[in-house]
Design a protein around this ligand. Structure first.
Ligand code: NAD
Length: 308
């Protein structure tokens, strides 16, 4: 039987995620939004590209959650995006209200699904979705680290003039100011980047990664990044649908791992058909652990505001 993926929110990130999924023929896609006509229009438009792309993914846009029934994975992108000068935290209350509405309906129609949360502020929204859904923690995963790592990889490849395929990178922690890039675990063809560039260059790339979201917002002015964010979410979808057991940095609910309890924080996880199949614990230096703790503290502050 074909796999089914629902994408909630058919704005920039949602519609582009649908595009990646259909173009890779990973699953049939349901695009849903509260705005009438937009998911239907984008869904039909994408469906009409399938003969050219030689893909048999069926794409449907809708405003009715009945159409999302029995989805294998649901990607939640509903929310308002960050505008110039607006911090991720400003989005907190509005997006929490949206999340409450969305998760209740998703769970009603797809009680066995796996949720991938994309809406910002990411870690707090993942925590809200986890609490609202009543799902076990392996089935509610936040997307941030894959995107942040991809940005870091892009900048490393550009700097060293090597193929992006040669570059692996790890970015842990929160999405935003508290992200924790790990140069020690970032490599080019297996060589740690700490051996390939000086400290000043490394720090410049780390800073650009940390500010990666705002760099795009400042260019676009009326919206935020969506090609790379949607590609990152779809890499997670693919790992789950194909049971790849792929290790990638995702926001996960920690219960004592890394000394953190009861919070969503970005850590390396193994993704497979059951969602998060393992939280991978790596040794951190005292500085890295302190940065991760700081990241956890900021998530704690946010969830305190919305009470989840
Ligand atoms: N985690 C990340 O790394 C990351 C990266 C990029 C964007 N984001 C976040 O993803 C979200 C979407 O970004 P975007 O650029 O696609 O925004 P967008 O405005 O283009 O799309 C959001 C869509 O959500 C819809 N929506 C609002 N309330 C809804 C509801 N109750 N039910 C269903 N749909 C609803 C809107 O109608 C809109 O079409 C934002 O919160 C943004 O900050 C996160």
């Amino acid at each position: 039987m074909r796999k089914k993926v629902t994408i909630v929110g058919s704005g920039n990130v949602g519609a582009t995620a649908a595009h990646w999924i259909a173009s890779k023929e990973l699953a049939d896609v349901v695009l849903i939004d509260i705005i009438e006509g937009v998911p239907q229009g984008k869904g039909l438009d994408l469906l009409e590209a399938m003969p050219i792309e030689k893909r048999d993914s069926y794409v449907k846009g809708t405003n009715d959650y009945a159409d999302t029934a029995n989805s294998d994975v649901v990607v939640i992108t509903a929310g308002i995006p960050r505008k110039p000068g607006m911090s991720r935290d400003d989005l907190l209350k509005t997006n929490h209200k949206i999340m409450s509405d969305v998760v209740a309906k998703v769970v009603q129609y797809s009680p066995n699904t796996i949720l991938i949360v994309v809406s910002n502020p990411l870690d707090a929204m993942a925590q809200a979705a986890y609490k609202l859904s009543g799902f076990s923690r392996n089935r509610v995963i936040g997307m941030a680290g894959v995107l942040d790592s991809s940005r870091f990889r892009t900048f490393i490849a550009e700097e060293l003039k090597v193929s992006v395929e040669n570059v692996t990178a790890f970015v842990l922690g929160g999405h935003g100011d508290t992200m924790v890039p790990l140069p020690r675990y970032s490599t080019v063809a297996g060589i740690p980047i700490t051996e390939l560039m000086d400290q000043a260059t490394l720090e410049r790339l780390v800073k650009r990664t940390r500010d990666g979201g705002i760099e795009i917002v400042n260019y676009l002015k009326t919206g935020s990044a969506y090609y790379a964010p949607s590609a990152a979410a779809v890499e997670m979808v693919e790992a789950i649908l194909k049971d790849k057991k792929k290790i990638m940095p995702c926001a996960a609910y920690l219960e004592g791992e890394y000394g953190i309890n009861g919070l969503y924080v970005g850590v390396p996880v193994k993704l497979g058909e059951r969602g998060i199949e393992q939280i991978v614990q790596i040794k951190l230096t005292a500085d890295e652990q302190a940065a991760l703790n700081k990241s956890a503290e900021s998530v704690k502050e946010l969830i305190g505001v919305i009470g989840v």
